[in-house]
Design a protein around this ligand. Structure first.
Ligand code: MG
Ligand code: MG
Length: 261
């Protein structure tokens, strides 16, 4: 687990600000009738216009047999994560919930963030799923302090879902980030407090609770990327890149006007 230098932290703070801006523009572009490919094109344009690079495009995660073909991951309703926006584009409909997951590289420094947003008005159950998952991220961030352990983050996230009826997706979780898209440690969204690697000042982590409305079981589509719920229920995902400082934890990818985390 790497601790970032002061110079690296400064770059990552700038990278996070840029990603927060792009994600908030994408959030505004989500409406009925918009295609997932349009969102992907917009994400790539906004990142490149600012002089940065998309970092999912062309990236081959561990276990994948081809590079990811887009800038943005767009996961609609029962798609959990890593939905490909530009190969079989979907058109968003009123009431859908859509996960937008985006990473960028600013002068070689990488940050990662995701939101799930409703397309127009959605139902109460979908709102509860999104609210609970967003709250889990907030609680996970609050547990990310020097002297705590990775298990404290995991436990805080898990606790947020207790009694909700929603299921945590156990195969997926948070990770270190900064010099690469995925760094050590893996951060499960469930676990025991007081266990796991020690958190230190200067660590940069992507925390990302992911939960299903129904059962936890997942299936990966034939495209090799798209995770779906097996039972067809909807799924939500929120992610921030954070920097653990001595006295506070900075949310690097906070969006303009964001109040919830
Ligand atoms: Mg992400
Ligand atoms: Mg991530």
């Amino acid at each position: 687990m790497t601790v970032k230098s002061a110079a690296e932290r400064t770059k990552l703070i700038e990278a996070g600000k840029r990603l927060g801006l792009v994600l908030s523009e994408l959030e505004k572009a989500v409406r009925p009738g918009v295609s997932t490919e349009t969102l992907d094109d917009l994400a790539e344009k906004l990142i490149r216009d600012a002089g940065d690079e998309p970092c999912f495009l062309g990236y081959t995660p561990e276990g994948a047999d081809r590079p990811y073909p887009a800038t943005l991951c767009v996961s609609v309703n029962d798609e959990i994560v890593h939905g490909i926006p530009n190969e079989s584009p979907r058109t968003l409909s009123e009431g859908d919930i859509v996960g937008l997951d985006l990473g960028l590289s600013h002068e070689g420094f990488i940050v990662d963030s995701a939101i799930t947003v409703a397309v127009g008005k959605t139902d109460k159950a979908a709102r509860a799923l999104m609210d609970t998952t967003r709250d889990a991220l907030r609680l996970g961030i609050a547990a990310a302090r020097p002297g705590n352990r990775v298990g404290d983050i995991s436990h805080a996230i898990e606790t947020a879902f207790k009694g909700s009826g929603f299921s945590i997706v156990k195969q997926l979780g948070g990770h270190g980030v900064g010099a690469a898209v995925h760094e050590e440690p893996f951060i499960p969204n469930f676990g025991r407090a007081g266990t796991g690697p020690l958190l230190k000042e200067g660590m940069v982590l992507a925390l990302e609770p992911i939960a299903n409305e129904g059962k936890a079981a997942v299936a990966v589509a034939g495209d090799g990327y798209t995770y779906r719920t097996r039972d067809g229920s909807r799924s939500a995902h929120f992610e921030h890149t954070i920097l653990i400082e001595k006295d506070e934890t900075l949310i690097l990818t906070r969006r303009p006007g964001e109040t919830e985390s």
